[in-house]
Each structure stands twice: as C-alpha cells, then as structure tokens.
Design a protein around this ligand. Structure first.
Ligand code: URA
Length: 211
C-alpha cells in the first residue's frame, strides 16, 4: 500500500466508524466492525456480518466461528495478522433476541458493499476467499447456485481471483471429515494461487492418509 493508499484506508475506517446509513442498525449496534489484519495481505477473507461477539469487540470473526477461522488460517501456516479479514456488512444485523443472528437483507448489503469494495481496492490482495453463501452472493450477485455448488470454483472480483468456500459456522454445524476436506481443498487452492508454500503434510490434512 502506498502512503496515499494508507491515508485513504484510514479515511475509509473513520467513515465506516461513524456510518449512519442504516438507522435500524445504528440503533442496535455497539460499534461498526471495519476489518482486521494486514492491509498488505496476499489473502483476504470475506465473511457475512458481525455477530454478538464481534459487535462487542469491534473485530470480525472473534466468536466460535471466528476461532475456527483462526485455526484454518494457522493450518495454512499463517496467522490472522498475515491475512485480512472483513465482512460484507459492517454492522451487526438487528435481531429480536440479544444472542440471535440473522442474514443481512439485500438492501443492507447493497448499502454497505461500497465500503468493502473500497477496502478490497486498497488492499488489492492476490486472492479473495468468500466465506459462505452470503459472502459470495454479495461479491458476485449474479450467482444463482448455492455455496455447495459454487465452492471449489474460481470467480473474479475487481480482477482478483475469488474462491468461495464454506462459512466456518457451517463447518461447526456439520463437522464431518468430508466437509472439512472440501473446505481445506478450497484453502489449498487459495494458497497455491497466492504463491504460498504447501507441505506434503498440509496437502494430506483431512484425508485418511493424515490420520
Ligand atoms: N460470522 C461472520 O460472517 N463474520 C463475523 O465477523 C463473525 C461471524
């Protein structure tokens, strides 16, 4: 990132911090959740929206799903501080129950996505990984098929290769070797595309050969 881009990134962070475009979310949120990690990252993960933990802490993916994402990143031989992590929506979707979650509405996504678009433009990662159906549909709105069909296939966003995979929350709900392996294959493809080294041991994760 050039010093001009760094300034733009900080300006964007300030804008998002005080964003009031969705009054129903402003009233509900503790704070906006901008993103975290290395603004010069090669690999950028895009999730759906902050949950209760993220809203409280102001950081994406810090709850249960976030802890699994951190493990996935570490399995790739990286740390959270090596990659960049952001969401389609910067505010927690409002829900009736304090612990509940809901998917962002198309209107909310349309309003918020220019923020992410600008984040991606400034970070310019080599590879984007969309976590789950909402993330990939937010980035590629013309897609009709669900995440189970589109995962494992390359798409493009702003000319950047984009790999959709399962959301870690989905893996927590379906913790089979088969699901984990499919997700891992998507992450291996992302690592390869980003020019990251991959060991034999890493290639075999979640296969019979690894156990
Ligand atoms: N799920 C998401 O999609 N994003 C977060 O930040 C946390 C959970």
């Amino acid at each position: 990132m050039t010093s001009e881009e760094k300034k733009s990134f900080e300006k964007l962070r300030q804008e998002i911090l005080k964003c009031r475009k969705c009054p129903h979310l402003v009233d509900f949120r503790t704070q906006t959740v901008f993103g975290v990690g290395n603004p010069n990252a090669d690999i950028m993960f895009v999730g759906e929206a902050p949950g209760a933990d993220e809203d409280k802490q102001g950081e994406p993916f810090v709850g249960r799903a976030g802890q699994l994402l951190t493990k996935m990143i570490q399995a790739m031989g990286l740390e959270r501080s090596d990659v960049y992590i952001a969401n389609i929506l910067k505010c927690r979707p409002n829900v009736d129950t304090p612990s509940g979650n809901r998917k962002p509405t198309p209107d909310e996504m349309q309003t918020c996505i220019p923020h992410l678009q600008e984040q991606i433009r400034l970070i310019r990662p080599s590879v984007l990984v969309a976590l789950g159906d909402t993330a990939i549909k937010g980035l590629v709105p013309t897609l009709k098929e669900g995440i189970t069909k589109v995962r494992g296939h390359w798409y493009e966003y702003q000319g950047i290769p984009l790999m959709p995979t399962f959301h870690p929350a989905y893996i927590l709900r379906n913790p089979t070797m088969a699901t984990k392996r499919l997700c891992w294959e998507d992450l291996l493809a992302a690592m390869e595309k980003a020019g990251k080294p991959i060991s034999k041991k890493q290639r075999a994760f979640f296969t019979a050969a690894a156990s």
